[in-house]
Design a protein around this ligand. Structure first.
Ligand SMILES: Nc1ncnc2c1ncn2[C@@H]1O[C@H](COP(=O)(O)OP(=O)(O)OP(=O)(O)O)[C@@H](O)[C@H]1O
Length: 423
């Protein structure tokens, strides 16, 4: 079992140990409050004892892999295979485009131009610009990420051949390459005078999870489960290779719209995974755990679980659980939210790092073992209502009311007149 972090028993407030309402009502709210007194007792003790008690649902300690029987419609075949060996192996078969040969990086701009052709801008982030490209040898679609040297804050010394240093992002992508189809593959990289260019596989047709969610407002639980599971597989692979991603969020997850395969991208904030605390911030603040804001340090694994909790919440609710980095967080849950899903989110979003589940606990959580509802399918994107359509509808309705109103008035006048004449 993965190592866990425990705090002294008897500490007050554990969101994970709170009882969960039997069924989500129209609106279920949970107030999480981290008091200063509680958090002063916050220590980390690597331990292999069972996770904190969760009264409603089984934990990793009493859940076995034999229960992992569901087969979500949206999970690719390769991951269904690996799903069955979830507890017996930490590595997953490599599928997808990862078999493309990985070239050695170099300083030659001409070589890059001979091998690849860059096209339209795919996305622009804080660190680089990503272009849709093509590998000229076989027309393979690639993504070319250009990162300016001055934007790179983390480097590693290159052992060979020239002894120069390379960006941490390239080093980490090399560490996680192959062995997991849910992680984007680095195919090639180039060192230019003022920048580095990373050539990665580009799934087609694809969309980042942020846009995917936004277009549908929120995702049904079964669809979210399939995506979340693949992200878990990717994170576990990273950890097994000693890599901490540090920026797990929908924008950094690419979804193949044809196969529903997920790819974890953007290792720009990643670093080596270690058991000791990190004291440097890297990533997106809204996905960072509370211990960072309180103490300015965090542990890699519990911080990853926190960001996974935020991700899951965002998928099923369509909004972030926390509007800003505050100590009192109001988690409002959308209607129809299953108690299992609520429990998993609340467990991952435990304010104290020691209360959060391990990755294995998350894999073994009942919500991830729930079978998809029959006929589950991906909802189509929601088309925003055109303003003109709304106006004309309004006009039409208004016209109908005027028509009836005038008719009624005319009738009344006629009736009155008739009555007067008759009288
Ligand atoms: N391999 C890829 N295939 C398809 N699209 C991609 C790929 N890599 C990146 N993108 C697109 O480009 C966008 C930016 O990429 P990336 O997150 O790697 O850049 P960044 O500068 O590190 O961004 P940030 O500032 O958010 O960390 C992504 O959100 C995604 O839409």
């Amino acid at each position: 079992m993965a190592s866990r972090y425990h705090c002294p028993s008897g500490l007050p407030f554990s969101p994970a140990a709170d009882s969960i309402p039997a069924k989500a009502q129209n609106q279920v709210s949970l107030r999480l409050k981290l008091s200063i007194q509680d958090s002063e007792n916050f220590i980390f003790l690597p331990d292999s004892s069972p996770p904190p008690a969760t009264p409603s649902y089984p934990t990793a300690a009493n859940t076995t892999s034999s229960k992992l029987a569901w087969t979500p419609a949206c999970l690719p075949h390769c991951l269904l295979q690996s799903h069955r060996v979830i507890n017996s192996s930490s590595s997953y078969p490599c599928h997808g485009q990862g078999h493309l040969p990985l070239e050695q990086g170099g300083k030659d701009k001409d070589t890059m131009k001979q091998r690849y052709r860059a096209g339209a801008l795919l996305g622009k982030g804080g660190f680089g610009s990503v272009y849709a490209g093509v590998r000229l040898a076989d027309n393979t679609p690639v993504a070319m990420k250009r990162v300016a040297r001055e934007r790179i804050s983390s480097w590693v010394e290159r052992v060979s051949p020239s002894g120069t240093r390379i960006p941490m992002e390239i080093a980490m992508l090399k560490k996680v390459r192959s062995g997991c189809s849910a992680i984007i593959q680095l195919l090639d990289w180039f060192e230019l005078p003022h920048s580095f260019v990373l050539v990665m596989e580009r799934p087609q047709p694809s969309q980042d999870l942020c846009d995917f969610i936004r277009k549908r407002r929120f995702l049904p639980e079964d669809l979210a489960r399939g995506i979340f599971f693949q992200v878990l597989v990717a994170v576990r692979h990273c950890h097994s290779r000693g890599v901490l991603h540090r920026d797990i969020k929908p924008k950094n997850i690419i979804l193949n719209l044809a196969t529903r395969e997920v790819k974890l991208i953007d290792f720009g904030c990643s670093t080596l995974l270690r058991h000791t605390v990190y004291t440097k911030f890297s990533g997106t603040p809204l996905y960072y755990p509370p211990e960072w804001f309180r103490y300015r340090f965090y542990l890699g694994r519990p911080a990853a679980i926190w960001s996974l909790g935020v991700l899951l919440y965002e998928m099923v609710c369509g909004v972030l659980p926390f509007r800003s980095i505050v100590w009192i967080a109001h988690i409002a849950v959308v209607p129809g939210f299953s108690p299992e899903c609520q429990h998993l989110i609340r467990w991952c979003l435990s304010m104290r790092a020691c209360d959060r589940p391990s990755l294995e606990d998350v894999f073994n959580h009942p919500w991830l073992q729930t079978s998809p509802a029959p006929g589950d399918s991906c909802p189509p994107p929601v088309q925003p209502e055109p303003r003109a359509g709304k106006v004309s509808q309004g006009c039409l309705l208004g016209g109908v009311w005027w028509f009836w109103g005038l008719g009624f008035l005319g009738g009344w006048v006629f009736w009155q007149g008739f009555g007067l004449l008759g009288g």
